[in-house]
Ligand binder design. Sequence first.
Ligand code: PLP
Length: 385
Amino acid sequence: MDSSAWIPFNRPYMTGKELPYIAQAHAHAALAGDGAYTKLCHHWLEARTGANKALLTHSCTGALEMAALLLEIEPGDEIILPSFTFVSTANAFVLRGGVPVFVDIRPDTLNIDESLIEAAITPKTRAIVPVHYAGVACEMDTVLEIARRHGLMVVEDAAQGVMSTYKGRALGSIGDYGAYSFHETKNLISGEGGALLVNRPDMVEAAEICREKGTDRSRFFRGEIDKYTWQAIGSSFLPGEMVAAFLWAQLEEADALTAQRLAAWRRYRELIEPMEHAGAVRRPIVPPDREHNGHMFYVLLERDVDRQAVLGWMKAEGIGAVFHYVPLHSSSAGMRYGRSHGSCAVTDDLSARIIRLPLWIGISPDQQQRVVDVLARSIAAARAA
Ligand SMILES: *Cc1c(COP(=O)(O)O)cnc(C)c1O
């Protein structure tokens, strides 16, 4: 192999069944949403997660927006979430007039620090939105216990958590609602795509209505009613059948694809162990009571190392390593629409030190070795500069 060939950060993997399934949807001229492939995906997600109802959406962003609608978020309602997350976690609620209240993260998992949640609760708080960073579960027992005590809803942003578990339970199936992403950069993909897991039996019908433009079209198609009408506010959140056909090809192989990602993740863990012992980087920490899905391998640099310089050296040597979230609490929209409760010092610190390494199905042991060698050289070069 060419030792200077570019190693991208992400390379979408396809199982080979995507096009045949899309061709089948095309041949049946069944192209709108909720056809045969969507049903296969729904049943699979329900069987694998234990969710009461799984509903495909056009994105995880769409699933979070559905959750905000189902929670009937009103202007001024507050939502507690980490600042270290993707914009959609906050935006979905801001669209309804909600106010994101940012709290800091834990230094070990980079997930919301559950010990800070209770102090951020006010009479306006409606929901807690834990984000399972890198597919590693938040402290869900504590989150649920706080929510129960204060009568709050829990919406899991499990965009990165498909196939991960917390004490044996699938991420996304633990709170009132869970949101998955099948974006091209996630573990199982359909280009753009997502799903809402509805874990409350009493909200399944409302969720179907919300997703189908506010109509009871889902019941109509099941033959439960003889016409469908406008029932509630909603929008068009469902994907077409070609997207579902693509996704089905991925879900069928979910166990094998997850095993391959995990193998690459564990290889990085081993290769980087000496660097951690030498004090050059910190590796991800996964508490023992949860299984992750190998979504992401990151390292945390020491505080005195210039991350931009490291990324620059890595890029020059052909490695597509990247940083991650710019914290929401100090972003322009975050300051306009939300507020932080207490300091987000851990968020500020760790978000400035994180580097994510190339990880995709098919990355070879040699390529991973090269990534790690270049990482070590780049840190040394940045230090010497
Ligand atoms: C990817 C991601 C999203 C958004 O997913 P889309 O499917 O692109 O809308 C939301 N939250 C987190 C934590 C993510 O990683």
